[in-house]
Design a protein around this ligand. Sequence first.
Ligand code: B12
Length: 261
Amino acid sequence: MLTKPAEADFSIVLRRYDIEQQVVVTPEEMAKKMLPKDEVFRKVAEEVLYMRFKTVGPSVAEAIKARAPLDVINNGLVAGMEVVAKLYAEHVYYLPEIMMAAKTMEIGIAIAERQVPGGRDSKGTVIMHAAEGDPHDIGKNIAAVMMKSSGYDVVDLGRDVPVSDLVAETVKVKPMLVTGTALMTTTMTAFPAEAKLFRENGIETPLMGCGGAVNRDFANSYDLGIYSEKAPQTPKIADKIREGYDWKKIREEWDDIVGGK
Ligand code: B12
């Protein structure tokens, strides 16, 4: 006999079947633990966390009156996205929330980015891309803002960039640095393939491997490979390349460089 709907226990029915235990943490609890204490940054971060794409613009515009635009990006928008990523990992948020939060963050970044001081002489050109097959470009976009604000020209090839396109563009543009982002273990293998083709085409440009799937050991495992863990480290490394450091010297002095010494 069928159970009448009124008698069904929906707390048992409406649960994810593909994980062992449903995590009970709420976005509010996670926000309390992870979000910055600073009121201005917190408000911006909450816009991302709660996917408020209609109000993120006014909040960011308000925040950049009181705080530096790059800090609003890093300590507000990115901080909010970090909570979203954590909630996804804990199976509280699902893909639709991720996509809406990412969109909200992008709207905010576009507004803050316009206020980042620029207009200086270019320090050099950097090519940035997300690896072939990889749609994750949020970290790359943040790193691109940092590079532009530090005086570098950025040629952003976007996401899911075929290895052959990257090589062709690098031959054409002759950048002083190429960065790659991979958040998936299936796409990070693009970097050694790109480095091999760089070499075959006589390119000695350092190829920075970045993104969640990549660690320092992996980025150091192929010729030309160097590592950057967080977006704000990249201008420091690029400054050293300007001083004449090659990929081997960057590797040797990496800790000192990103430590700011
Ligand atoms: C947002 C997100 C998405 C969005 C991406 C939107 C976008 N435009 O980027 C969407 C919804 C599209 C997506 C799709 C998928 N995703 Co996804 N996604 C995520 C999520 C939740 C957050 C990533 C993120 O943006 N974080 C915030 C940014 C700021 O962090 P970040 O990218 O790590 O960047 C930081 C550093 O890595 C670094 N960095 C990054 N890039 C660069 C570049 C430079 C130059 C520098 C210096 C530094 C740097 O600096 C940043 C901070 O300073 C992660 C989970 C997680 N915890 O990371 C999964 C995750 C990356 N996704 C995953 C997967 C599997 C997928 C899908 C295959 C899911 C599916 N089954 O369909 C699809 C991809 C399908 C395809 N092939 O097209 C997996 C990858 C697993 C693996 N090990 O391979 C993850 C880890 C989730 C998981 N735990 O399973 N995803």
